[in-house]
Design a binder for this molecule. Structure first.
Ligand code: NAD
Ligand code: MG
Length: 433
C-alpha cells in the first residue's frame, strides 16, 4: 500500500533475538496492514556489521540510518569510503549491498541517542540488552516517541526517571516483554499507565472517561521456571553453562537465558511491572507455569482473574506494541486446539530461587536498589558465562552487593550510573577477580 502514511521505526539492538524478530514483524505488517506502510527507518548493532547489513538488506524498504554502537567497531574496518554530504564514512566492504546505496551509517553510543530521538521516527523499539540500553531508551521517552520496550533493565535501573520523563513528554511506553504485554492486554490497555495518551490515562478534567477502567488488585506474573525448575539447590550449584543456556520454552539471547535459569529474569520483571504499571510490590505475584502459554494474569477486586494466552513467540507482543490498539494478523502460530493441552500452575519456590525474594525487595525499596542489583547481576552473569563463578554464585553475589550499598531514595541519573559502575567492581571483588 504505497499511498498509506508511513510508520518509521528505529530498532535499537536489531541484531539480537528481539531485534531480528522485530525486523520480520515490520516486513510482515506490510503484507497485512491496510492503514500504514511500515519502514525499518533505523537499525543498530553493536559489533556485528555483517549481521546488521543482512537485516537492513532484507527490509522491504532500505533503512535511512544504520548505527554500530561500539565505537571501536569503526576502527576495525580496514578502509572506509567517504560519503557525500558530511555523513560518516562507510565501510569499504564488498558486502555493502547496492540496495543500501542511500543508507547512512554512524558509530558509537551517541549515534543511538540521535536515532532514538530523530524527529522522523514514530516508534522506537528498545531491544538492546542490559543497562547499555538505558540512555537511548530514555532519549526516546524524552523525545515523546512510542517506545516498544524490550529492554527491561532500563526500568529496573531508572524506573522513576523514565516515568517522570513520560509525564513530561507524553511518550507511550508499550511493553514487549511477554508477561507485561499480557498484563497490558488483560487490563484492556486502558487502565495502564503505559499509554498516557489513552483517555483513561487522564482520570480527571473535562474529558474524563465516565467509565474509567478499574485498577487491578494483583498482577500475577507467570514464569516458565527455566531449565532448573525441578533441580535441587545442590544440583544447581554444579550446573554447567551449557545446561543453563538450554531454555525449555523460549529461544532468547544469552543474558536473559541465564536470567531465566536463576529466575533473576522474573525478579527483573517484578521490578519492571512495579514501574510500568505504577503498582506497589505487594500487588505483584509470581506463579510457575512451565508451558509458557499463559503469559500472565490480572486479578480484580471482585476476584475475577483475566489471563492472556498464546504460544511462546515474541512476535505477538512485539507486533501488539507496534500496532496498539489495533490487532492485525500475526506471524506467530495460533494456539492448536485440535489436541488436548495441559496448563499447569505451580507455587514459585523462593528457597530454591532466592533471586525472586530479591526482586520483591528491590521493587519495594525503589531508589538505588534496582541499579545496584541489575549491575551486580549483569556482571555475575558474564562471570558465570566465562566459567569464573558457579551458577548459584550469581544470586548470592547480587544479594551481597545490594547489602553492601547504602540506600538512597531519590537518586539522579548520574548517581545511578555511578552506582552501576561501583556494583560491577564490587561484584568482581567479592569473587576476588
Ligand atoms: P540479544 O543478546 O539477542 O541482543 C542484544 C542486542 O543488543 C544486540 O543487537 C546487540 O548487538 C546489542 N548490544 C549488546 N551490547 C550492547 C551495547 N553495549 N551497546 C549497544 N548495543 C548492545 O538479546 P535479546 O534476547 O534480544 O534481549 C534484548 C532485550 O530484550 C533484553 O533486555 C531482554 O531482557 C529483553 N527481552 C528479550 C526477550 C527474548 O525473547 N529474547 C523476551 C523478553 C525481553
Ligand atoms: Mg518476560
Amino acid at each position: 500500500n504505497s499511498a498509506a502514511p508511513i510508520q518509521k521505526v528505529a530498532v535499537l539492538g536489531a541484531t539480537g533475538s528481539i531485534g531480528t524478530a522485530t525486523a520480520e514483524v515490520i516486513n510482515h505488517l506490510n503484507r497485512v496492514d491496510s492503514q500504514y506502510r511500515w519502514h525499518l527507518w533505523a537499525a543498530s548493532g553493536h559489533q556485528n556489521l555483517d549481521r546488521l547489513i543482512e537485516i537492513a538488506d532484507a527490509a522491504d524498504d532500505p533503512p535511512e540510518h544504520l548505527v554500530m554502537s561500539d565505537p571501536a567497531s569503526a576502527a576495525n574496518f580496514t578502509s572506509m569510503d567517504a560519503v557525500a554530504g558530511g555523513a560518516a564514512p562507510r565501510p569499504n566492504s564488498s558486502s555493502w549491498p547496492d540496495s543500501l546505496a542511500g543508507t547512512r551509517i554512524s558509530y558509537g553510543p551517541d549515534a543511538l541517542i540521535d536515532v532514538a530521538s530523530a524527529p522522523e521516527v514514530d516508534v522506537v523499539v528498545a531491544s538492546i540488552v542490559g543497562r547499555a540500553g538505558l540512555e537511548s531508551t530514555l532519549a526516546a521517552v524524552q523525545a515523546g516517541k512510542r517506545v516498544a520496550l524490550a529492554n527491561k533493565e532500563t526500568l529496573v535501573v531508572a524506573g522513576p526517571l523514565v516515568r517522570q520523563a513520560m509525564l513530561t513528554s507524553g511518550a507511550e511506553l508499550l511493553p514487549v516483554d511477554s508477561e507485561h504485554s499480557a498484563i497490558f492486554q488483560c487490563m484492556g490497555g486502558a487502565a495502564s499507565a503505559c499509554a498516557p495518551g489513552h483517555p483513561s490515562g487522564h482520570p480527571s478534567g473535562p474529558n474524563a472517561d465516565p467509565h474509567p477502567a478499574p485498577r487491578p488488585k494483583k498482577l500475577i506474573l507467570t514464569a516458565s521456571g527455566g531449565p532448573f525448575r525441578t533441580w535441587t539447590k545442590q544440583q544447581m550449584s554444579d550446573a554447567t553453562v551449557e545446561s543453563a543456556l538450554a531454555h525449555p520454552t523460549w529461544d532468547m539471547g544469552p543474558k536473559i537465558t541465564i536470567d531465566s535459569a536463576t529466575m533473576m529474569n522474573k525478579s527483573l520483571e517484578i521490578i519492571e511491572a512495579r514501574w510500568l504499571f505504577d503498582l506497589p510490590a505487594e500487588a505483584i505475584e509470581v506463579v510457575v507455569h512451565p508451558q509458557s502459554i499463559i503469559h500472565s494474569m490480572v486479578e480484580f477486586d471482585d476476584g475475577s482473574v483475566i489471563a492472556q494466552l498464546s504460544p511462546p513467540d515474541m512476535k505477538l507482543p512485539i507486533q501488539y506494541a507496534l500496532t496498539y490498539p489495533r490487532r492485525l494478523a500475526c506471524p506467530s502460530p495460533p494456539l492448536d486446539r485440535t489436541r488436548s493441552w495441559d496448563l499447569t500452575l505451580e507455587v514459585a519456590d523462593q528457597d530454591r530461587f532466592p533471586g525472586l525474594t530479591l526482586g520483591f525487595e528491590v521493587a519495594a525499596a525503589g531508589g538505588t536498589a534496582g541499579a545496584v542489583v541489575n549491575a551486580a547481576n549483569e556482571e555475575a552473569v558474564g562471570l558465570f558465562l566465562n566459567g569464573q563463578i558457579r551458577f548459584t554464585d550469581i544470586v548470592l553475589g547480587c544479594r551481597d552487593v545490594l547489602e553492601h550499598h547504602t540506600h538512597e531514595s531519590a537518586p539522579t541519573l548520574s548517581r545511578l550510573l555511578e552506582l552501576d559502575r561501583w556494583a560491577r567492581a564490587e561484584t568482581r571483588q567479592r569473587f576476588k577477580l
